[in-house]
Design a protein around this ligand. Structure first.
Ligand code: 3EB
Length: 326
């Protein structure tokens, strides 16, 4: 935790109320206070800039993800970039074709440059949370793995808006158009608080064996009113090493220990509940039942959206991200 404040004693908050994130039946119409809708499907996104198609196939019940703010929300598009702002919050997203930029590194740099420009153009310049989805993420060996090229391009493209500290993030491999890199973010006009996990080496300090460019993300961000923790993709990483290679049950246990440790580090009570939407990215569809049963048993009543996706380390079978409301 990088803040000197004791987050167990929330101060009266003058910042904008955090977005309410929830899952709803597919194709529920966005309302006046809807900042973003994430739909997990591979068809092109519709015209409404707030509605983003995310190229993952759902496993089990298909749900859309809604971000609601105290509106009104205005929105627009600018080339491949779409944005919506309202209630003190900004959603921005970009779809980039790698073939237009000569590969994942330059595509990532381009995406981050465009998002950095958009974020610096308005008051909502504090990026709290960011998602990165690329195709064939584990293709290529050693330093040539596509994820590692992405990491190099990402830091190259990060402008001044990222200089105050990395946001919480997820980086996963999708199974849609392998040429498509998608990056979307949530920002606001006040700083949040980065939270690290004492069980894990901070990603930006990972040793050289994981690539030339360490991944640039924080484990979580406490949103400005200290009432919502935005949780990065969390997997069975202990220290800097992947644990329990090939063992889905043990990876799930380790992931849950990491999530518990992160909540504790943020000054939050343990556990997830009905208000805390979680997302699980599962590498092999045959593990879907195991993952769902684990989450239902460990955190009863917690909304879970599960998709088929590849963790950026090929030995990891599952990753969980989400939101924890105080
Ligand atoms: C890990 O703990 C797993 O590159 O943005 C998790 C979350 C992971 C975000 C990223 C990578 C990223 O290192 C991988």
């Amino acid at each position: 935790m990088l803040s000197g404040r004791d987050m167990r004693e929330p101060a009266p908050c003058s910042a904008h109320p955090a977005p309410r994130v929830r899952y709803a039946a597919p194709d529920t119409a966005p309302g006046d206070g809807t900042l973003a809708v994430l739909r997990f499907r591979t068809a092109p996104s519709p015209d409404d800039p707030r509605v983003l198609h995310v190229p993952f196939a759902p496993l089990g019940e298909a749900m859309d993800e809604y971000w609601e703010v105290e509106g009104p929300v205005t929105s627009g598009r600018d080339g491949g970039l779409r944005w919506a702002r309202g209630g003190g919050w900004l959603f921005a997203a970009i779809d980039v074709l790698e073939s237009d930029h000569g590969g994942p590194e330059n595509a990532a740099a381009f995406a981050y440059e465009a998002l950095s420009r958009r974020v610096s153009a308005g008051p909502e310049r504090h990026v709290q949370r960011i998602w990165n989805y690329l195709g064939a993420i584990n293709e290529g060996e050693g330093d040539d793995e596509r994820y590692k090229h992405f990491c190099t391009g990402r830091i190259r493209g990060m402008g001044e808006v990222f200089a105050q500290g990395f946001p919480a993030a997820s980086a996963l491999g999708h199974h849609g158009n392998a040429d498509l890199l998608q990056v979307y973010l949530l920002a606001t006009d006040q700083t949040g608080t980065r939270v690290e996990n004492p069980r894990q080496v901070s990603a930006w300090r990972y040793p050289r064996q994981y690539g030339r460019t360490p991944p640039s993300f924080a484990r979580a961000t406490m949103l400005p009113c200290d009432d919502v923790l935005a949780i990065s993709g969390t997997a069975a990483v202990v220290g800097h090493a992947s644990a329990h290679v090939g063992d889905i049950d043990a990876q799930l246990e380790e992931t849950a220990r990491n999530l518990d440790a992160l909540l504790e580090s943020a000054g939050l009570p343990a556990g997830f509940h009905a208000r805390d939407p979680l997302k699980a990215y599962v590498r092999h569809a045959e593990h879907a039942d195991t993952v769902r049963a684990f989450v239902e048993n460990r955190w009863p009543g917690t909304p879970l959206l599960m998709v088929l996706g590849d963790v950026c380390r090929r030995e990891l079978l599952v990753e969980i991200d989400g939101w924890r409301y105080r």
